[in-house]
Design a protein around this ligand. Structure first.
Ligand code: SF4
Ligand code: SF4
Length: 220
C-alpha cells in the first residue's frame, strides 16, 4: 500500500462525485466535542491515535508530545493536535479521511516512542487496534444498494480477513446479488484505509472506537 493508492482512491471519489452521484450531504461539521477537537470531515468523536496507543487517559498522561512518532511516519499520517484539542494539545493523531495509517510492517512510530504512550513492543501489524471500521450509513453504501463498488474491501490491507464480501439476494430487484462488505471487528486494525478510500463525498465507512453491533443485513 502506498501513497499512490491513496491518490487513486481520491481520484475515483472525485470521479463518482462529479460524474455520477448527486452529492449526498456535506461533511460532518468538525468542532469541539468535550476536550476533543475533530477536523471537518473527520466523522468520529474521538482521536484516532497512532498504532500501539495505550488507553486514552493513560495516553494523555504519558505522551510527552515529542513528535517522534510523527517524524518517523513515512506517509505523514500522524499529525500533532493544535490548541483546539485542549488537554490533548500537541498529541499525535491520524485523520484517516486525509491520510490513513498504511500499517508499516516494522511499525516505526510505536518503536520511536520514548514514553510508553505507544507500545514499542508491538511487533505485528495484525495486532494494531486503533479502532474498528463501521459502515455507518448503510442506506447510501453503493455495494449495499446493489451496485458494484467494493472499493473499501479491495483497498483493505487485511482483505478477506478484516473485510469480507458477503453475497446475498437483492430482494429489491429480485434478480441481482448484493455484494455486501462486512467488517470483522476481531481482525480490523482501525487503520482507516477503507474510510480514506470510500468513493462517496461523505464516507459511509468510518473508524469508530466502540462501535455498536451492526445489523448483518439491510433490505430496501
Ligand atoms: S504504522 Fe507506519 S503508516 Fe501507520 S502511523 Fe505508524 S509509521 Fe505511519
Ligand atoms: S513518540 Fe510517544 S511521547 Fe512522543 S509524541 Fe508520539 S506518542 Fe507522544
Amino acid at each position: 500500500m502506498d501513497a499512490e493508492n491513496s491518490k487513486s482512491g481520491v481520484t475515483r471519489r472525485r470521479f463518482v462525485r462529479d460524474g455520477i452521484l448527486v452529492p449526498l450531504s456535506l461533511a460532518v461539521a468538525g468542532g469541539a466535542v468535550s476536550t476533543i477537537f475533530l477536523r471537518k470531515g473527520d466523522a468520529r468523536n474521538f482521536y484516532l491515535r497512532p498504532p500501539g496507543a495505550i488507553e486514552e487517559k493513560r495516553f494523555l498522561a504519558a505522551c510527552i508530545k515529542c513528535g517522534k512518532c510523527a517524524q518517523l511516519c513515512p506517509y505523514n499520517s500522524i499529525r500533532m493536535a493544535g490548541p483546539e484539542a485542549g488537554v490533548g494539545t500537541g498529541t499525535p493523531h491520524i485523520v484517516a479521511r486525509e491520510i490513513p495509517c498504511y500499517l508499516c510492517p516494522d511499525i516505526p512510530c510505536a518503536k520511536a516512542c520514548p514514553s510508553g504512550a505507544l507500545d514499542s513492543s508491538l511487533q505485528e501489524v495484525e495486532k494494531i487496534r486503533m479502532g474498528t471500521a463501521v459502515i455507518v450509513d448503510r442506506e447510501n453504501c453503493l455495494s449495499i444498494r446493489g451496485l458494484r463498488c467494493e472499493v473499501c474491501y479491495r483497498q483493505c490491507p487485511l482483505i478477506d480477513r478484516a473485510i469480507t464480501i458477503e453475497p446475498r439476494h437483492n430482494t429489491r430487484t429480485g434478480v441481482h446479488t448484493i455484494m455486501e462488505p462486512v467488517v470483522h471487528r476481531d481482525k480490523c486494525t482501525g487503520c482507516g484505509i477503507c474510510e480514506n478510500a470510500c468513493v462517496l463525498e461523505k464516507p459511509v465507512i468510518v473508524v469508530q472506537k466502540s462501535p455498536p453491533v451492526q445489523k448483518d443485513y439491510y433490505d430496501f
